[in-house]
Design a binder for this molecule. Structure first.
Ligand code: ADP
Ligand code: ASP
Ligand code: MG
Length: 481
């Protein structure tokens, strides 16, 4: 038995006696401005007054990671001083708002120490690709360090015994910068030991960031603070993980795109994973597994409406009379189709070769139907990725591919629901959807996950999505009520 399996077995035993502690994660959308931060602090103080034991995980203030990424990519001479100044101003504004003159000095000093470290990291003009990537991850992680420091100081100001925690000291990863993979055994042990040493304090931890065994900073992928919270929850056998954000919970569609979207009361880990895999940004896909493994419920809650129940993600099936659970979208997808004489073997080869999330090429979906293979890719450099896939397949299956076609800039709309209902949806939308002929380019049905993905040009996305939501969710809800 490897040390990793021994440890996980032990933790599993611990898991049966939960530690009556909850991990509360606040995303950038809950840390956007003074008002939002006031809400966060009042939620935390409420829990602490109620004698609840909590660990807090925070993301960077909204938009800061994007700005840091921009800075890390531009070279020194072209670097925008404006972006750097705006990062500084956002944090100083919050500090000056929440702390009076006599308190400010220490907090400003702490901020300035980190800020100086950031400006130094930005002065490197690195040439070698690996050094560049390493330095980029170091730079983009400053947002979480700034915000965790400020939230720690705010709790201290309110007489809470608080401990700022830089998760780079606890969570260890490989050196896949930008998408680092967590080394579970050592990370879980570090977190668990740390938690047990500091049980008397409220730990305020940085989301998103980690480090290699050699101490180089890494990041866990965009949206990775959710994952940090789940890993901390799993390592400490927490009673629950709460993801606090700017919407009422996991909803039947992105409420920004579908105003009639409905909050889902409860959903299974597996279905929630489907939502996030197919585009529901509210929860980062790798977050589900650690919680699921140790049977830790995840709640998604709205920082701006804390009285609402939100969504409970747990090990039971969805409790709904509806046969369709939700419809989610991924923008900017490329669809690669090919006709192939040995479609089955290409289909088996594809996932093994390309679906690792650490790869620069990300296949989100694929299907094989009557010698026709369809592959949906999301990637920054789409044409190059598609070419790479085409090239790899041509090499592996020399001469067996007849025709490749590439459709760029599509939106992928995925319907998630019960198996039988998804099948009936396929014919229903062909019959009833007004936009069908014009807008639906292609479809992929995923038998295993029971999802149906529809590919459309982005200009049709909004209408198609809202029509589908009306037809499959709103109308069915009315019929069932
Ligand atoms: P945070 O900053 O709190 O991590 P994110 O921006 O990462 O928040 O995720 C919250 C956003 O996810 C919401 O504002 C919403 O627009 C989007 N979203 C996409 N799909 C869904 C869905 N099915 N349910 C709820 N929110 C969704
Ligand atoms: N701040 C990071 C991001 O913007 C991590 C997170 O928000 O979860 O991706
Ligand atoms: Mg997020």
């Amino acid at each position: 038995m490897t040390p990793e399996t021994t440890f996980i077995k032990n933790t599993k035993l611990l898991g049966s006696s939960k530690s009556y502690m909850k991990v509360l994660k606040f995303g950038g959308s809950s840390l956007g401005n003074r008002e939002a931060i006031s809400k966060v602090i009042s939620i935390l103080l409420n829990r602490i007054e109620n004698k609840e034991k909590i660990i807090v995980v925070v993301s960077a203030f909204s938009g800061i990671t994007d700005q840091l990424i921009g800075l890390s990519r531009s070279n020194q001479s072209k670097r925008s001083q404006k972006a750097l100044q705006s990062i500084k101003n956002r944090h100083i504004d919050v500090i000056k708002f929440f702390f009076n003159n006599s308190e400010q000095q220490d907090v400003l000093q702490q901020f300035d120490n980190l800020y100086q470290e950031l400006t130094k990291a930005l002065q490197f003009n690195l040439q070698k690709q690996d050094e560049l990537k390493r330095n980029q991850d170091h730079i983009i992680g400053f947002g979480e360090r700034f915000s965790a420091q400020i939230i720690t100081s705010l709790l201290k100001k309110n007489n809470v015994n608080t401990l700022y925690t830089d998760t780079r000291t606890l969570i260890k990863t490989n050196d896949n910068y930008g998408f680092a993979k967590i080394r579970k055994s050592i990370s879980y042990k570090n977190i668990s030991d740390y938690y047990h040493i500091h049980t008397d304090k409220v730990i305020v931890a940085t989301g998103f960031i980690a480090s290699t065994i050699n101490g180089h900073s890494t990041t866990l992928g965009r949206g990775g603070s959710d994952y940090t919270a789940s890993v901390i929850g799993a390592a400490t056998s927490a009673e629950a993980v709460e993801i606090w954000t700017d919407v009422d919970g996991l909803m039947t569609a992105d409420p920004e795109k579908v105003p009639s979207a409905i909050t889902i009361d409860q959903i299974s880990y597996k279905n929630a994973e489907g939502f996030s895999k197919y585009g529901a940004k509210v929860i980062y896909p790798p977050t589900i597994k650690p919680a699921m493994k140790y049977d830790i419920p995840i709640y998604i809650k709205n920082t701006f409406r804390p009285g609402l129940n939100g969504t409970l993600i747990h090990n039971r099936s969805i409790n709904s009379t509806n046969s369709i659970y939700g419809i989610v979208t991924i923008p900017n997808v490329t669809l690669l189709t090919m006709k192939c004489r040995s479609a089955e073997s290409v289909g088996n080869f594809l996932p093994k070769r390309f679906t690792n999330r650490n790869q620069e090429i990300k296949i989100v979906e694929h299907s094989i139907d009557n010698n026709l293979i369809k592959i949906a890719i999301i990637n920054q450099n789409i044409s190059e990725s598609a070419l790479k896939i085409e090239h790899t397949i041509q090499e592996e299956f020399n001469g067996q591919i007849d025709k490749f076609e590439l459709f760029e800039g599509l939106s992928m709309i995925t319907i998630i629901g019960r198996h039988a209902s998804i099948l009936s949806v396929k014919s229903l939308i062909a019959r009833k959807l007004t936009l069908y002929d014009k807008a639906v380019r292609s479809m992929i049905y995923n038998k295993k996950l029971k999802t149906l993905s529809i590919f459309t040009e982005s200009k049709f996305e909004n209408q198609l999505l809202n029509d589908l939501h009306n037809m499959l969710i709103t109308e069915e809800n009315v019929a069932n009520s």
